[in-house]
Design a protein around this ligand. Structure first.
Ligand SMILES: Nc1ncnc2c1ncn2[C@@H]1O[C@H](COP(=O)(O)OP(=O)(O)O)[C@@H](O)[C@H]1O
Ligand SMILES: O=COP(=O)(O)O
Ligand SMILES: [Mg+2]
Length: 559
């Protein structure tokens, strides 16, 4: 066990390989790289090899219902990649880019932790290669063109400003921009209307970038973005404003996935950053296909718990891309299971077998869900230093009683040295499974049936209530001919239900759908449950206050 250094100290004391060496591991020619300094590069799309993809193995890392800091999916994905490479499996980890919202807010960065990180951690957590900035510009160009069309009567499409839901985005937890009025200042200011900002990760452009498979596909998806209606109720799409070409031009580089490395010098591809409570929460199809084209194993992560990220990874990302995992790793922690067993958040480091035992019901439901998708699961117990041996033994035994493969993972404390047991369990599972996932619903079912199927089969709901606005939205969606699209349920990540207080394994509850958002460009419908926030606020003491830079340009305080 190394002495406990901060994530940043560990990352900054790492000796990084030049990115050309990482490319060499992947068999990528240096000339094919677009360098962003010595340690970052973009990969060209022509390296995607459909035949190789069929032979490579995809491992999805998901988790039980998390506590606010998260249970270690990103950390485990990286640690598992180190472990698989150590036992001779040529493996690349494929992750999402962190959002500045959490970096400056509560959760901190998303580049892993301890001795399982991707580096250069500061770059990855801050501006990286500019993809988020490009996504913001493309999103906000459309917003400007919408308001401009409303402003110039002679060119106007007759858009009714009250039907425009397209928000501007910014990668910052700035609650004061959530709901605003634009167009003030008389004639020169335009037309006053209600508007607002979402966080960049929630932009439909982000979701499109993560599902697009070529420049042409990107432009088509952008053109299909639903903007609003005319005064005589005709739908207006982005392509009606002729905006998709300029938007795609802004994404010229952002569409290419980014190559970096893990602490142990293994390849890492990072691309896209959607949150899994309001969008599909998975990195891009292009990054995943590149990883599978260039290595034999790919370890990738879907956000939050398996009821959100894994369900959307399978029913949306795999549904569109044709990909399928050969194994699912469910990250479980003693602390989160004790929380689900009724122990309060502040005392989770105190051993409590009773709470652990009760909380295993949450893990049980996630295991049942992965089995409903027809996929084999391996439970990875992500060991925290506060876990007692007794609690760890109990959890391992409980997993075996549930018929699950289980391995203790010490990737945070030890890097790849701590995950070889997990790596072996994953390889054995992968080698004994030659199937594919089974979708949990048929895209061609009616909208209500699709929502009810996920709610009942995956969340454990007894019924779904569609409020009046949601029923009107369903009629509107069907009138637009979009009822066949898959669904991407916006729901709290803190509970299987839409009530974050219902911990453990709630069942028979009512799920309430307030309304639907239409992501016609990305190609999914968003049933909104509860009071989902699309532009979070900063906490009373933001993490930003502890971040600094010294005279030599060395950053401190990033977590
Ligand atoms: N075993 C562990 N011990 C201590 N801290 C951990 C451990 N695993 C993860 N963490 C920390 O917990 C936080 C969440 O980890 P992360 O991998 O980002 O989770 P997720 O991807 O599931 O949200 C990070 O700050 C990470 O450094
Ligand atoms: O979309 C959320 O991702 P994490 O669960 O990895 O924070
Ligand atoms: Mg993560």
């Amino acid at each position: 066990q190394h002495e406990v250094k901060s994530d940043l100290e560990i990352a900054q004391s790492a000796k990084l390989k030049h990115i050309n060496e990482i490319a060499q591991v992947l068999g990528v020619e240096v000339d094919d790289l677009e360098h962003y300094g010595k340690y970052k590069a973009k990969l060209p799309l022509h390296l995607i090899d459909p035949e190789k993809i069929k032979k490579s193995k995809l491992i999805l890392v998901t988790a039980i219902t998390p506590t606010p800091p998260g249970e270690g999916k990103t950390t485990t994905s990286i640690g598992l990649t180190e472990g698989l490479n150590r036992i001779g499996k040529k493996t690349t980890v494929v992750l999402r880019e962190p959002s500045l919202g959490p970096v400056f807010g509560i959760k901190g960065g998303a580049a892993g932790g301890g001795y399982s990180q991707v580096v250069p951690m500061e770059d990855i957590n801050l501006h990286f290669t500019g993809d988020f900035s490009a996504i913001e510009k493309a999103n906000n160009l459309l917003a400007a063109l919408i308001d401009n069309n409303i402003y110039f009567q002679k060119e106007s499409l007759g858009i009714d400003p009250r039907t425009v839901k397209w928000k501007r985005v910014m990668d910052m937890n700035d609650r004061s921009l959530r709901s605003i009025i634009t167009g003030l200042g008389g004639r020169p200011g335009g037309n006053p209307r209600e508007a607002g900002f979402n966080i960049t990760a929630a932009s439909e452009i982000m979701a499109i970038l993560c599902l697009a498979e070529s420049f042409q596909d990107l432009k088509t998806k952008l053109g299909n973005i639903y903007v609003g209606d005319t005064y005589d109720n005709k739908p207006i799409y982005c392509r009606d404003l002729k905006a998709q070409g300029a938007m795609a031009a802004l994404l010229k580089d952002a569409i290419k996935p980014n190559l970096v490395q893990t602490l142990e010098g293994n390849p890492a591809i990072i691309h896209g950053g959607p949150f899994a409570n309001i969008a599909q929460g998975t990195n891009s199809v292009l990054a995943t296909k590149l990883g599978l084209s260039l290595s034999d194993y790919v370890v990738t992560e879907a956000g939050f718990g398996a009821d959100l990220g894994a369900e959307k990874f399978l029913d949306i990302k795999c549904g569109y891309s044709g990909l399928s995992p050969s194994a699912v790793v469910i990250v479980a922690t003693v602390r989160a299971l004790k929380y689900h067993g009724g122990q309060c958040l502040k005392s989770l480091t105190t051993p409590n077998l009773g709470a652990l035992k009760a909380g295993c019901a949450n893990l049980e439901k996630h295991l049942e869900n992965i089995a409903q998708f027809g996929l084999p699961a391996v439970v990875s117990i992500n060991r925290f230093s506060s876990d007692s041996d007794e609690e760890l033994d109990f959890l391992k035994t409980r997993c075996k009683e549930l018929g699950a493969h289980v391995a203790l993972s010490e990737g945070w404390a030890l890097g790849g040295e701590g995950t070889t047991q997990l790596a072996r369990a994953v390889v054995e599972t992968v080698e004994n499974f030659n199937g594919r996932y089974t979708p949990i619903y048929d895209w061609n079912s009616d909208i209500k049936t699709k929502v009810e199927t996920v709610a009942k089969k995956i969340y454990g709901a007894g019924s779904v209530v569609f409020q009046a606005k949601a029923l009107a939205d369903i009629k509107h969606i069907e009138a637009l001919g979009l009822g066949h699209l898959p669904i991407c349920i916006a729901k709290t990540q803190k509970s299987f239900s839409d009530n974050e207080a219902l911990i453990g394994r709630p069942s028979g509850f009512e799920l309430t759908v307030r309304e639907f958002e239409i992501a016609a460009g990305a190609g999914f419908l968003v049933p909104i449950t509860g009071a989902i926030m699309r532009l979070p606020g900063l906490p009373a003491v933001p993490a930003a206050l502890h971040i600094d830079i010294d005279d030599n340009g060395v950053i401190s305080g990033l977590s």
